[in-house]
Design a protein around this ligand. Structure first.
Ligand code: FEO
Length: 396
C-alpha cells in the first residue's frame, strides 16, 4: 500500500515498481514508480493509472481514501501502458459510463489500445473542468512524448500533473524533492531527459515558452514517475530549459568495444590526448557501461568519439546497438570522430564515419583513425596525438 497526501484533497495513489531493470532499453537500477493522482473535491477525479500488473494495488490504494465507485471522472494524460494499463480495471470498478477525459489523440490512441466503448471526452487545449473548489485545465503537450500526451493543471493549488515530463525512473518511499539529495534527483532527471525526451527537445522548448507566455505558476509538479517537486519546482523547469538547448561543455565521451584489447588501448591513449588539452573525458566500454548511462553522459558533451574493431567487414555488434539507440534520440551540437583496430580490412572506420555523419555531427578533420592489429609505441603516440587534436578542436 502506498498512498500519499500531497495537499488538501490530493493524493498519490500510484505504485513503486522496485524490480524493473529494463524500461524499453533504459537501465533502471533503482526501479521506477507509476504515479497516479486522486483529487477529492465535490467531484472526485483520478489522473492516470499504473501498469496493468499493479492494478490491484492501485485499487487498494484508492480504497484507503474513498470507495472507488465514487470516482466521478478519470483523466488520462497519456496513453502509454505504464499509465493506462489499469484503465480497464478502473473503469470496470467505477462504472464504464463515467467520463474519461483525454486529448483528441488520446481518444484515438486509447481506442487502439483498449477495445472498450468508454465514455470518452476529448478535450480542447485549455479546456477547463471544475471539481468544486478545485479547477482543472487541460494543456495539450503533443509529442511530449507521444501524440496523445497532455498535462492537467489544478489552478487553485497551482499544481501541475505533468505526465512523463519532469520525472525520473526511481522507486522509493521518498516521494518529495525535499526528502532526497538534490544532486541525486537531478542525476536521475538528467538520465530520464537524455533517454526519453532528448528527441523532443524542440517541443520541450516550445512548451516551456507557452508556459511562460501563459504566466502559469507551479507550487507543485507531479510527474507520473519518481519524485514530486514541491520544495523547488523551479529547479526542474530550469534544468529542462537548459537541456532542451543541447548545451555542451568541454567534455568528450569515448565510446568503444574491443576484441583483443587493441581498440581499448587506442581508446585509452586517445582519451589521454584529449585530456591533455584540459577537456574532461570519459572512456566508456560498451560492455561495461549501459547505453542509457552513456546517453546521459553524451547530453552535455561537446564531442563523441566512437571506436570499433572491424569484425567480419563490419562494426562490432555492440557498437551497432549503441549507434541505433543514439540515432533515435538525436543528440545535437556535437563534434565526432572514430577509430579502431583492424586485421586485413578496416571497414569499420568507413561505416562509423558514415553513421556518425548521418547523425548530423560535425566530423572532425581526419576523423577516422585506424591501426592494423596491435598498436606499437608509434601507434600509441599517434593515438595520443589524434586525441590531442580532438581536445584542441573542442577548446576552439
Ligand atoms: Fe511513462 Fe510515456 O510513459
Amino acid at each position: 500500500m502506498r498512498t500519499l497526501k500531497i495537499s488538501e484533497g490530493i493524493y498519490d495513489v500510484g505504485v513503486n515498481d522496485w524490480n524493473i531493470r529494463d524500461f524499453h532499453g533504459y537501465l533502471t537500477p533503482t526501479g521506477t514508480s507509476y504515479n497516479a493522482y486522486l483529487i477529492v473535491d465535490e467531484k472526485i477525479a483520478l489522473i492516470d493509472t499504473v501498469k496493468k500488473e499493479f492494478s490491484e494495488q492501485l485499487m487498494n490504494n484508492i480504497s484507503t481514501i474513498i470507495d472507488p465507485k465514487t470516482i466521478d471522472y478519470v483523466i488520462s494524460n497519456h496513453t502509454e501502458m505504464d499509465h493506462s494499463g489499469s484503465l480497464p480495471k478502473v473503469m470496470h470498478a467505477i462504472g464504464e459510463q463515467k467520463p474519461l477525459f483525454c486529448s483528441k489523440m488520446g481518444l484515438k490512441n486509447l481506442s487502439m489500445h483498449y477495445s472498450q466503448k468508454w465514455n470518452y471526452h476529448a478535450v480542447e487545449n485549455g479546456e477547463e473542468l471544475s471539481l468544486g473548489k478545485k479547477q482543472l485545465t487541460f494543456l495539450e503537450t503533443r509529442m511530449l512524448h507521444w501524440p496523445d500526451s497532455m498535462f492537467t493543471y489544478e489552478k487553485t493549488g497551482k499544481i501541475l500533473f505533468s505526465s512523463d515530463a519532469f520525472g525520473q525512473h526511481y522507486a522509493g518511499y521518498e516521494k518529495f524533492d525535499d526528502q532526497m539529495d538534490h544532486e541525486t534527483i537531478m542525476q536521475h532527471s538528467k538520465k530520464y531527459f537524455a533517454n526519453i525526451l532528448l528527441l523532443y527537445a524542440g517541443q520541450v522548448k516550445k512548451l516551456l515558452k507557452t508556459i511562460d507566455d501563459m504566466k502559469l505558476e507551479f507550487d507543485i509538479i507531479c510527474p507520473d514517475h519518481g519524485i514530486i517537486w514541491r520544495k523547488n519546482p523551479g529547479a526542474i523547469i530550469e534544468a529542462y530549459e537548459k537541456w532542451s538547448e543541447h548545451p555542451t561543455r568541454q567534455k568528450a565521451i569515448v565510446i568503444y568495444d574491443t576484441m583483443w584489447q587493441s581498440t581499448k588501448l587506442m581508446a585509452e591513449y586517445i582519451s589521454q590526448g584529449i585530456s591533455s588539452e584540459g577537456v574532461t573525458v570519459r572512456p566508456m566500454h560498451l560492455r561495461t557501461n549501459h547505453r542509457s548511462d552513456i546517453m546521459t553522459e553524451i547530453l552535455d558533451a561537446a564531442a563523441i568519439i566512437v571506436g570499433s574493431p572491424t569484425l567480419n567487414n563490419n562494426i562490432y555488434p555492440t557498437i551497432s546497438d549503441f549507434l541505433t539507440y543514439m540515432k533515435g534520440l538525436r543528440p545535437q551540437n556535437k563534434l565526432a570522430a572514430c577509430f579502431g583496430s583492424y586485421g586485413w580490412n578496416g571497414a569499420a572506420i568507413k561505416i562509423l564515419t558514415s553513421e556518425l555523419a548521418s547523425m548530423n555531427f560535425q566530423m572532425l578533420e581526419d576523423s577516422g583513425f585506424k591501426i592494423q592489429y596491435v598498436p606499437d609505441e608509434k601507434g600509441l603516440t599517434e593515438c595520443y596525438e589524434f586525441g590531442k587534436n580532438i581536445g584542441k578542436a573542442i577548446c576552439k
